[in-house]
Design a protein around this ligand. Structure first.
Ligand code: AMP
Ligand code: MG
Length: 473
């Protein structure tokens, strides 16, 4: 296996990271390699499954030209400031450059302790590794910017979680970079303006080459995040832990810890066991993203010249979030009800549907998917609530050219349902990886209806319902 590394982050000053090799494990075994993603990177998928490759994924051997590092960052966790977080269980092997020139971080998550592990063991267990693999790949198939999963291995070394010994695993994660809002915060908190400038230049060159300076960069990141969060909302995704260290500057979804998808729609829905005040509830995500972006804006102020003018410009840039978010939200939800180019007045129609769904606890994915198939009405315990709305909706669709086509390509039949994820993990822990493979196959084609995957499109039965998700570190 040859990986064409070009490690631009590791060429930044030493205080940006800690040089840290992965810690070897006793018995690496391959769980999966992502053939489609390998092709995207210009890699030969069969070469990624050899014992030599598996030893690389497990952290037992370093590929040629890798420069393994743990990245430094800080962050606000649930609003509380943590000055030094850093990669506590991830090692960045380097950056691979695809044939089209696109650059990707290649990171091992669960690769052993680093100087930022604090009380953690630096490891991951099989459950969260498979959960991130399935959900991040499902997001990619839904067209949502995200980190991705190239491979997963088990280590042969048990990991202890809540007094249970569980199989240890490593996720091979791909990202356009792992630079976060928290990376900027780390240097600003240290008063290191020189590092802040270097990081800003690096990010502009790497992600936003069109940006002419920090203010432009801020505007780009605000817009990328606004579009991202609107897309999350449009598939019922709840990230669950939107700390500033989990917000990527690239605009990709990162950190699939306690994330979950809505079954029954409710704007205040929370799954994460540690989110007791609903800070990261489904409907709170836009406000929280804007709060995180305000932290990012604050970081850039030292580079933006005279302070008062800088504050004014940065504030205006962050306030731009609302406009981009609302436009993207309207475009996405408009398409969900069959409107190709929605007008601002259409949001009332969408909001009415959503509020009826919230009152009746209607399944989000099934209701929207059912609009094109005629099955939506059956999802409402009070079908009249649907009929009242549908009269206005049908009237509005009269002026649309091909609403069925718009809805069919917008509303997935299948999302990674929480209960299916939990069942998949339970099977994998018992040694059966078939449900994992099947979920991946079915979620790679989310807009196709196929009878053999119908069970993956149903809402959870009462005894299958997942009430809580866990960070699962
Ligand atoms: P997360 O909630 O996954 O974003 O993680 C927050 C911080 O905790 C990051 O700095 C992680 O690297 C660190 N961390 C999470 N799990 C572990 C672990 N098992 N061992 C060491 N550090 C960890
Ligand atoms: Mg994180």
């Amino acid at each position: 296996m040859t990986l064409a590394f070009d490690n631009s982050y590791a060429r930044l000053p030493e205080r940006f990271f800690a040089r840290q090799a992965p810690t070897p494990v006793p018995a690496p075994a391959l769980i999966a390699v992502n053939n489609a993603l390998a092709a995207r990177l210009g890699l030969d998928a069969t070469a990624l499954t050899t014992p030599e490759a598996v030893a690389v994924w497990a952290g037992n051997t370093l590929p040629k030209d890798a420069t393994p590092i743990a990245q430094a960052y800080a962050g606000h966790q649930f609003g509380g400031w943590v000055p030094a977080l850093g990669d506590g269980r991830a090692v960045l092997l380097g950056e691979v450059v695809a044939p089209d020139g696109a650059r990707f971080d290649l990171q091992l998550k669960g690769a052993g302790p680093t100087q930022w592990s604090r009380r953690g063991d630096g490891r991951a267990w099989l459950g969260p590794v498979l959960r991130e693999y399935v959900v991040s790949e499902a997001m990619a198939a839904l067209g949502i910017p995200t980190t991705r999963a190239l491979a997963a291995v088990t280590t042969g070394d048990p990991v202890i979680r809540e007094a249970r010994a569980l199989p240890g695993a490593v996720l091979v994660r791909i990202a356009s970079s792992h630079i976060r809002v928290g990376t900027f915060q780390y240097f600003v908190a240290r008063g290191d303006v020189e590092a802040l400038q270097i990081l800003t230049d690096h990010v502009i060159a790497r992600h936003y080459p069109q940006a002419k300076g920090p203010l432009d960069l801020l505007r780009e990141v605000v817009a990328a995040q606004a579009r991202l969060i609107a897309r999350w909302m449009s598939v019922g995704f709840i990230h669950g832990v939107m700390n500033t260290d989990n917000m990527a500057i690239s605009g990709e979804t990162i950190d699939y810890g306690p994330c979950a998808f809505l079954d029954a729609y409710h704007p205040q829905k929370v799954f994460s066991s540690i989110d007791q005040n609903g800070r990261y509830a489904y409907g709170a995500q836009p406000q929280i993203a804007a709060w995180n972006l305000a932290q990012f804006a604050t970081c850039l102020l030292p580079l933006m010249g005279e302070r008062e003018a800088a504050i004014e410009a940065a504030t205006e840039a962050v306030q731009g979030f609302a406009q981009t978010f609302e436009a993207e939200w309207l475009a996405r939800f408009g398409a969900k009800i069959g409107i190709a180019l929605p007008k601002p007045g259409d949001s009332a129609l969408i909001e009415t549907l959503l509020s009826r769904m919230a009152v009746l606890g209607v399944d989000f994915t099934r209701a929207f998917h059912g609009l094109a198939t005629g099955a939506a009405r059956d999802e409402f315990s009070d079908p009249e609530a649907f009929d009242l709305w549908a009269a206005d909706w049908r009237a509005r669709l009269k002026s649309e050219a091909d609403p069925l086509a718009v809805m069919t390509r917008t509303n997935p039949a299948r999302i990674p349902r929480n209960h299916r994820i939990e069942q998949m993990i339970a099977a994998a822990v018992a040694g059966d990886h078939a449900p994992f493979a099947r979920l991946n196959a079915a979620l790679a084609k989310p807009f196709e209806t196929r009878p053999e995957w119908d069970d993956l499109a149903t809402a959870p039965a009462p005894d299958e319902r997942v009430a809580r998700t866990f960070c699962g570190t």
